[in-house]
Design a protein around this ligand. Structure first.
Ligand code: HAM
Length: 422
């Protein structure tokens, strides 16, 4: 039989409820931080993604030629599309511009738990500001989203690409060397990094210091290594101001400085960060982001830009691993007509209750009472309305509490008030 394509998934109503819960919570946090929602197409002209990363990115994305001969790609992420939209339509908007989004992304990855070829991201882009308070707020927003969703244990790792560049400069490493070393740093493959540094003719002591600086949270150690580089010292002080705000104004302390956070995507510069859920072990990175440069590459007037994206799948896996109980939306009431003559009045009652905001279903299969009650039980419905001819003559129905089995006669005109009270 047919199966879903490799790396993609179907989501059942039960799974969709979890995803919608996450989406609702995220939306309310984004809105509470003053962000507005944006939507961009699922596919884009391929140059949007090759412009920064070059042709090598083609190995990692889904690209195709359409019937008009256009080279297109399914978006692997939403930062480039949002910045394209900004340059095309939003440059004149008042700054800062705060945009958030939800969208499916497509990457030609090797599928495994927490890594799929089609996956959903929630993210945001902050355009036109890079003050320390803006960057602290961005970090706080990502953290607040994950905490408000219900995650107990998440940790922010904060890096800085300008400082890592300064370290590279100190070790006299060329751009080509950096291209080899950065993926090893990104994947925290420090043994391989040590070998590659030797291949790049870095003296063993310097290599050791470099690797330890990538892993230290001690700002003073970093500062003393780059003491003669004024720009980097300034960058480090700026980072300290951001972290001071994060800690003292946003009251978030679950963070570490980790210069080994260098991010895989090519557009980042300066501050970068990732948020991990340690409970996940492998593929534990829920969120990634930082400041980046794309606007001028896309033909716009350069402004500071930063943002982050959170993966839905790993967030759900982390919640499940922490035994989080997802709020389940339940059917308020199930209506059982005792015979076929009672169907029109049952429909009428269902419609009345639906317009009053209750979720209502009624037996469409014309089953007997026993089977209908069993179905209602399986659906975890709390109340059942039984519509019978005898009661109808008094304009009443039987209301059954599925938990206790208790039944009472209720006037049809009072059902919704009664159900809303219970
Ligand atoms: P990213 O780190 O590539 O960043 O992706 C962000 C999140 O998407 C990851 O932390 C992870 O949770 C999820 N994710 C990535 N790849 C997969 C996959 N194959 N399967 C399941 N989940 C995945 C970005 O995409 C940047 N655009 C973030 C950003 C926004 N930077 C600035 N603004």
């Amino acid at each position: 039989m047919f199966q879903v394509p490799r790396g993609t998934r179907d989501f059942t109503p039960e799974e969709m409820e979890k995803r919608r819960y996450i989406q609702r919570t995220m939306t309310s946090v984004f809105l509470s931080f003053g962000y507005g929602e944006i939507q961009t197409p699922t596919f884009e002209n391929i140059e949007l993604f090759t412009a920064k990363s070059g042709e090598s990115i083609l190995n990692e994305i889904y690209n195709f030629t359409d019937k008009g001969g256009r080279e297109l790609a399914l978006r692997p992420e939403l930062t480039a599309p949002v910045i394209r939209c900004y340059v095309e339509r939003l440059q004149m908007e008042a700054k800062p511009l705060k945009l958030f989004y939800f969208g499916n992304c497509y990457r030609y990855d090797r599928p495994q738990k927490g890594r799929y070829r089609e996956f959903q991201q929630a993210g945001c882009e902050l355009i036109g500001v890079d003050t320390p308070e803006a960057m602290a707020e961005l970090l706080a927003l990502a953290f607040t989203i994950l905490k408000n969703i219900g995650l107990k244990n998440v940790r922010i790792n904060i890096g800085n690409l300008s400082i890592v560049s300064a370290l590279f400069k100190k070790l006299h490493l060329s751009k080509d060397d950096q291209k080899i070393l950065l993926p090893l740093i990104d994947k925290a493959l420090f043994d391989d990094l040590s070998v590659s540094l030797r291949d790049c003719n870095v003296p063993e002591d310097d290599a050791e210091t470099f690797i330890s600086l990538l892993q230290t949270s001690d700002v003073n150690k970093i500062r003393s290594f780059i003491a003669d580089d004024a720009d980097s010292i300034q960058e480090l002080s700026c980072m300290e101001t951001i972290l001071g705000l994060l800690q003292n104004a946003f009251h978030i302390t679950a963070y570490d400085i980790k210069l080994s956070i260098v991010r895989g995507l090519d557009y980042y510069k300066g501050l970068v960060f990732e948020i991990d859920a340690p409970v996940l072990g492998a593929e534990k990175q829920l969120c990634g982001g930082g400041s980046y440069e794309l606007v001028s590459l896309f033909g716009g007037t350069e402004v500071p830009t930063s943002g982050f994206a959170i993966g839905f799948d790993r967030t759900i896996l982390a919640l499940e691993a922490e035994d989080f109980i997802f709020p389940a939306s339940k059917l308020d009431v199930f209506i059982i007509p005792v015979n076929q003559d009672m169907i029109p009045i049952s429909v009428d009652i269902a419609q009345q209750l639906r317009t009053r905001g209750l979720s209502v279903d009624f037996d469409l299969l014309r089953r007997g009472m026993g089977k209908s009650l069993k179905y209602a039980d399986a659906k975890h419905v709390e109340k059942v309305i039984i519509v019978g001819p005898k009661e109808l003559t008094d304009n009443t129905v039987t209301l059954r509490d599925m938990k206790t089995g208790a039944q009472e006669l209720v006037a049809i005109s009072e059902i919704s008030a009664k159900l809303k009270r219970t």
